[in-house]
Design a protein around this ligand. Structure first.
Ligand code: C2E
Ligand code: MG
Ligand code: MG
Ligand code: MG
Length: 279
């Protein structure tokens, strides 16, 4: 009996694996038309000043409104887009759409806050990235300081002349640069000396353990101190509880972002949030 059950388990597991592979292939196929068919949407999550709890920025997070499958999260299709090279087209759409939305809100008289977009490694390395960013800012008539680019540590880890020059070129434009998921990249800290980034985003895996894990508390406190000594801003992502917020406040983390305040939401919902901020 045990043997038969074992065989069944294997059969179920392999069927599930097969389904996942099928789904990935189907997504990869449908993804090719995603920009043309206007199926991508941006949701925006508020970033708040830790002390005043006012909204001081937004992070744009892409979703795929799939005609049959509903809203597909980025974790499900961004890796596929990176494999196929479609990430460049998707990335340009994200950049353009986020700035278009900012310009529209500004034209509607809403308070203007910077928007952050996520860049994957291959986007960071694309030859035309600085020109694309400059062009998009010009197209929407927005100053560069209203755009923040979130890079992962894996970008910074590669300590090459190219990386240094690329970061300098982006800084030259006047955009803000932040290191996303800081602390998860197994990188040496020495790049922080050479790369002129502005902000560290403390990864949510550490934030989750605040008020529970002394190790996570030590790591977060250390990152905040490190950033302060280097003149960098800090933002904690994935803040879900009042206890986590309290810790971050006591330790002087500049900004916070997470479900405790606001979930990522479509532009219409965020417009309401922004307008209530003026009161
Ligand atoms: P990320 O940039 O680190 O974004 C944070 C993720 O955590 C988002 O997931 C967000 O919805 C989620 N989050 C925010 N607050 C909380 C919280 O309090 N608790 C928990 N448990 N989660 C929270 P999302 O939107 O699914 O995005 C996942 C990742 O996909 C992003 O991680 C980013 O690396 C990537 N991504 C999203 N949009 C883009 C994009 O336009 N381009 C590229 N290249 N990557 C993107
Ligand atoms: Mg991010
Ligand atoms: Mg992150
Ligand atoms: Mg993350």
């Amino acid at each position: 009996l045990a043997k038969r059950e074992g065989r069944n388990t294997v059969r179920v597991a392999s069927r599930r694996l097969q389904e996942q592979v099928q789904e990935t292939l189907a997504l990869a196929r449908d993804l090719r038309w995603v920009v043309e068919r206007r199926e991508l949407v941006l949701h925006y999550q508020a970033q708040l000043d830790t002390r005043s709890e006012r909204v001081v920025g937004l992070e744009a997070l892409v979703r795929w409104q799939h005609p049959q499958r509903g809203l597909v999260p980025p974790g499900r299709f961004i890796p596929i887009a990176e494999e196929s090279g479609l990430i460049q087209e998707i990335g340009r759409w994200v950049l353009d759409e986020a700035l278009r939305q900012m310009a529209a809100w500004r034209a509607a008289g809403l308070p203007v806050v910077p928007v952050a977009i996520n860049l994957s490694v291959s986007q960071f390395r694309h030859p035309r990235l600085p020109e694309d960013v400059a062009e998009a800012l010009r197209r929407h008539d927005l100053p560069a300081h209203l755009l923040e680019l979130e890079l992962t540590e894996s970008v910074a880890m590669e300590d090459s002349d190219f990386t240094i020059a690329r970061i300098a070129a982006l800084k030259q434009l006047g955009v803000t640069l932040s290191i996303d998921d800081f602390g998860t990249g197994y990188s040496s800290l020495s790049y922080l000396k050479r790369f002129t980034v502005d902000k560290l985003k403390i990864d949510q895996s550490f934030v989750r353990g605040l008020a529970q894990s002394p190790q996570d508390e030590a790591i977060v406190a250390t990152v905040i101190n490190l950033a302060r000594s280097l003149g960098l801003h800090t933002i904690a992502e994935g803040v879900e509880t009042a206890e986590q917020l309290d810790f971050l406040r006591r330790h002087g983390c500049d900004e916070v972002q997470g479900f405790h305040f606001h979930r990522p939401a479509p532009a219409e919902a965020v417009a309401g949030l922004l307008s209530s901020e003026t009161l």
